[in-house]
Design a protein around this ligand. Structure first.
Ligand code: SF4
Length: 399
């Protein structure tokens, strides 16, 4: 079973690969559904493809907007380019884009995006007969339905989301952002208004906000929990799923690395129960309350969280190891920490993880400092040489 991780930019892509992804998905600057993510220029796309292939990994490119006429004019050139640089598959939801891909990038596999909302074996069969290589199933399917699909259409590859944010609508088929902000989710511009807190205003009393309370839980009535199926990996493997996918191209490199590594560990455990340590790793990245969503049965009290849309942040991503010289580590600072704090280093191989209580921190001028500043580089003198691709996190102390 393939582990497929998000790659919001080239650096995150490298972390995904080093922390265990078998394949990554990314977008060029146009035609994908994460317009606000950094995404890849054409030069970076080529570099990304070469990097993945050099490491024996695959790279899939999202071309999953619902295209308008103006997009259609520009698509052939882009599709020809993607075929030329050797991407492994295109992720597509729109039948018009599908047909152009068949014409202008005939050698590249096509994966049908979750945005196409494929929810039955008949829809899977439809795309199979048209030549799709893989279906990224709608998140709204339970495992029983997926098993049935696999039995009825065994020749097509099936991919399913196992981790990350969910929409309260059918994956992305939602007009709230387009309606409130003129930024359409179906054009990759969602502003996530489903996470906002809503109040009611009576027309003749502007500025007075009346609380909307369906019950004591409050008014985040659109806010979905995050998907987390790590405990179900043995079952998913048994069902014959070809690829499991992590959501989050706009998340940090720490998120990508830690979540990818946890799922890799779960896959490697085979059909054994996933250890609590591995499950616990997923509580150390910023997340909303977790849910198994539709896996067994749909229950809205399980998928929605009405109390707040805030993230749970028990740990903070505080630094990325940029360079190692002997036993000194040079760290690019993402968030503050100070002498006396306990920080934790994580690496692609979790056996190398360790914690230390900080006794010294040096700035770039080689001066000892008490507190780090974001967007600077600091040096830590340690008692061992660090492996490559280290990330630094810190537990948040409750106030
Ligand atoms: S507003 Fe929320 S539910 Fe709608 S597409 Fe955006 S994230 Fe999904």
């Amino acid at each position: 079973m393939e582990l497929l991780a998000p790659a919001g930019d080239l650096n995150k892509l490298k972390y995904a690969v080093y922390y265990g992804a078998d394949a990554v998905y990314a977008a060029g600057n146009n035609f994908g559904l994460r317009a606000k993510s950094t995404n890849f220029s054409e030069v970076h796309l080529k570099e990304a493809v070469d990097f993945c292939h050099k490491h024996g990994r695959k790279i899939y490119i999202t071309v999953n907007i619902f295209a308008h006429n103006s997009d259609i004019e520009q698509l052939p050139e882009y599709l020809i380019f993607l075929q030329k640089i050797g991407v492994d598959a295109l992720i597509i939801s729109d039948p018009g884009v599908f047909s152009l891909a068949k014409e202008f990038a005939p050698d590249v596999d096509i994966h049908i995006s979750t945005q196409a909302n494929v929810t039955s074996w008949s829809a899977v069969d439809f795309w199979y007969k048209l030549g799709a290589k893989r279906i990224i199933l709608a998140r709204e399917l339970g495992i029983k339905e997926i098993v049935e699909i696999k039995k009825k259409v065994p020749k097509i590859e099936l991919e399913m989301f196992v981790h990350g944010a969910m929409c309260m609508s059918y994956s992305g088929r939602c007009l709230i952002s387009a309606f409130l902000n003129n930024r359409s989710a179906n054009r990759g511009l969602c502003t996530q208004p489903c996470r906002w807190e809503y109040n009611l205003i009576e027309k003749s009393r502007p500025g007075e906000f009346f609380k909307i309370e369906e019950d004591e839980r409050g008014s985040y009535f659109f806010n979905s929990k995050d998907l987390n199926l790590i405990k179900r990996i043995p079952q998913i493997k048994k069902a014959g799923i070809d690829s499991i996918k992590i959501e989050g191209r706009m998340k940090s490199l720490y998120y990508v690395a830690a979540v990818t590594r946890a799922y890799k560990t779960a896959i490697e455990a085979g059909t054994n129960t996933v250890s609590t340590d591995t499950q616990e790793e997923l509580n150390k990245v910023s997340h909303r309350y977790y849910s198994e969503a539709f896996f067994d049965k749909f229950d809205s009290s399980e998928t929605q969280y009405y109390g707040s849309s805030a993230y749970i942040r028990d740990y903070q991503f505080v630094g990325e190891v940029q360079k190692v010289e002997g036993t000194s580590a040079f760290i690019s600072i993402k968030a503050k920490f100070c002498i006396g704090d306990e920080i934790e280093f994580i690496f692609p191989d979790s056996k190398n993880d360790f914690k230390i209580k900080l006794k010294n921190i040096f700035n770039e001028e080689n001066e000892m400092i008490q507190l780090t500043k974001p967007n600077t580089i600091i040096r830590l003198d340690l008692d061992k040489k660090l492996p490559k691709w280290g990330i630094v996190r810190k537990k948040n102390i409750e106030e």
